[in-house]
Design a protein. Structure first.
Length: 287
């Protein structure tokens, strides 16, 4: 958008008629995210509250549109990146969030664990070290005091507070383990997601092949407690903790992000944030 047109639209922002503002909004939403910097500058130099409020709303809508487009592009890729997926979901709530800042925090966790690894370690010993650093040193845990808070779903908030819900903690655990080249994958159980440790390349497992090659399960909701395949079968059959409609097999990164969006949607329903619920339903359809 050229400066002349932008200035013309800005002059209309103090018009009390909402229909005029809606016309301005429609025009602004035709622009990409690059226009936000210009709008922020106009906001800083304006002294009218109505104009500032409307610019804030326009910026928010442009950022939401941009995030939705990025999620759509992510979902259309042949090979999905779990980290990028959870980052984009967090960017929905925190549009100024920088990918690099999250990568730096994850890299620090990875390095702290990697420094304790030795080539001679067994799979179980490696997971024991990962659990110690992840749960005892960094103190990641389930936010039992406020389990239904939407903030538990956002990776930046989980990293800052060291608290999350069973889904976000399981995702973060999976990301850290993958960064260490451990053959793990998220196991899709509704109430208590697990992480499976396999003895084959995880890419072969995503489609449910050779599921008998799982060595053990890890419960991120319980400080990484190790669970054997027979125990999982028993729990699944008893229906005490896990949803029996799911099989103890790895699921795709797309499904993982879908579960996160479902949880986020339900949490916002609890808070009565219907506008956010509506937006997240649109995201769910994209996925």
């Amino acid at each position: 958008m050229n400066e002349l047109k932008l200035e013309s639209l800005i002059t209309l922002l103090d018009d009390p008629d909402d229909s005029v503002f809606n016309l301005v909004l429609v025009e602004m939403l035709k622009e990409d995210i690059s226009i936000v910097d210009r709008l922020e500058h106009i906001w800083e130099t304006s002294f009218e509250k109505l104009v500032q409020d409307r610019i804030e709303f326009i910026i928010q809508q442009i950022q939401l549109k941009d995030t939705k487009e990025k999620i759509k592009n992510w979902a259309n890729q042949e090979t999905l990146d779990l980290f990028e997926g959870i980052f984009l979901i967090s960017r929905y709530q925190y549009p100024e969030l920088k990918l690099k800042s999250i990568q730096i925090q994850l890299e620090k966790i990875r390095k702290d664990i990697w420094l304790e690894f030795k080539n001679s370690l067994t799979s179980l010993e490696k997971i024991t070290i990962l659990n110690h650093i992840f749960f005892d040193h960094y103190k990641f845990k389930i936010n039992h005091e406020n389990t239904e808070s939407p903030q538990n779903c956002y990776i930046n908030r989980v990293l800052d507070t060291r608290k999350g819900n069973p889904i976000s903690i399981a995702i973060l655990y999976t990301l850290v383990a993958r960064s260490l080249n451990l053959p793990v994958h998220y196991i899709d159980f509704d109430k208590s997601p697990l992480v499976g440790y396999f003895d084959k390349d995880i890419a072969q497992m995503v489609h449910g092949e050779d599921s008998q090659h799982i060595l053990f399960y890890i419960n991120p909701s319980n400080k990484g407690a190790i669970i054997g395949p027979k125990e999982v079968d028993y729990i699944q059959q008893s229906g005490d903790l896990l949803n029996s409609r799911h099989q103890p097999e790895p699921c795709s990164d797309r499904t993982i992000i879908k579960r996160l969006v479902e949880k986020l949607t339900n949490d916002y329903k609890q808070t009565g944030s219907l506008e956010k619920v509506s937006y997240l339903k649109e995201i769910a359809e994209i996925l």
